[in-house]
Ligand binder design. Structure first.
Ligand code: ZN
Length: 69
């Protein structure tokens, strides 16, 4: 009956996943980048691109074309 118990736990996890999905929306991706990153329009390559804050914290660098903004 171990198998059945595992299935039950998996179903519960999946239920919780669906619940979280309904409550918070799908897992955050480029709309909420990690710290030091921001999504913005790049005038260098004309795309909405991920920018990374440079080590000095002054400029954002486009990860597509290395344009600084
Ligand atoms: Zn760019």
């Amino acid at each position: 009956m171990a198998q059945r118990q595992e299935d039950l736990e998996e179903a519960l996890l999946y239920d919780r996943y669906l619940e979280a999905l309904a409550r918070y929306g799908p897992p955050a991706r480029e709309e909420s980048p990690s710290p030091g990153h921001v999504v913005r329009y790049c005038h260098g390559c004309g795309m909405r691109a991920m920018f990374r804050l440079d080590p000095e914290g002054t400029w954002y660098e486009c990860l597509h074309c290395q344009h600084y903004a």
